[in-house]
Design a protein around this ligand. Structure first.
Ligand code: CO
Length: 181
């Protein structure tokens, strides 16, 4: 009754042997192309691993927060004045990401000018990156137009940097350094 099973270990050994040979070939190929592969992996590590937040420019922070709370039951994680950027921001948790509401501290700030010309609405997308220095170096290698060549300090003391909207479909992109745990 077990005779029918006899060939199986042989086939298994053959398969494992084949797998070992294929693995060896893959290793040899990676060794030959080590520079390219390492470079590609380095590039991959620069990929944003999360949409940290979507930022909306608003005229009045209290009214905007009330709207999100009333319509969607979304609560505020924190509110903070970021004087350096001339805004008061409110971060609202939405699943694994956030909506960031930005109200200008005065009309002469970047968000104040944005509201004057474009009105309320989408202001920027923020990508979480594990290493903002490496991410900026990667963008500089590609000659991307950056607003910040070096990181500045954003809400909650996070290191952030902005990529110019001219670089990508008219959309302002923010990089936020966030640890990956
Ligand atoms: Co932001």
């Amino acid at each position: 009754m077990s005779f029918g099973m006899r060939p199986i270990p042989g086939r298994l050994a053959h398969c494992l042997g084949l797998q070992a040979v294929l693995a060896w070939i893959r290793c040899a190929m990676i060794a030959d192309w080590s520079d390219t592969v390492t470079h590609r992996w380095y590039r991959c590590s620069m990929l944003p691993y999360n949409l940290d937040h979507v930022a909306i420019a608003v005229e009045n922070l209290d009214i905007a927060i009330d709207g999100y709370r009333t319509l969607f039951n979304i609560e505020v994680l924190y509110r903070e004045v970021v004087a350096d950027q001339g805004v008061e921001e409110a971060m609202l948790a939405v699943g694994g990401s956030c909506v960031q509401l930005l109200a200008p501290l005065n009309p002469d700030t970047p968000v104040g000018k944005f509201l004057a010309t474009r009105g309320e609405g989408l202001h920027h997308l923020a990508f979480a990156v594990p290493d903002i220095i490496a991410a900026l170096e990667h963008l500089k290698e590609l000659d991307a137009e950056l607003i910040d060549e070096t990181p500045r300090i954003g809400g909650r003391g996070a290191r952030i940097a902005f990529v110019h909207p001219r670089e990508l479909t008219g959309t302002l992109i923010e990089l936020v350094e966030v640890s990956g745990e």
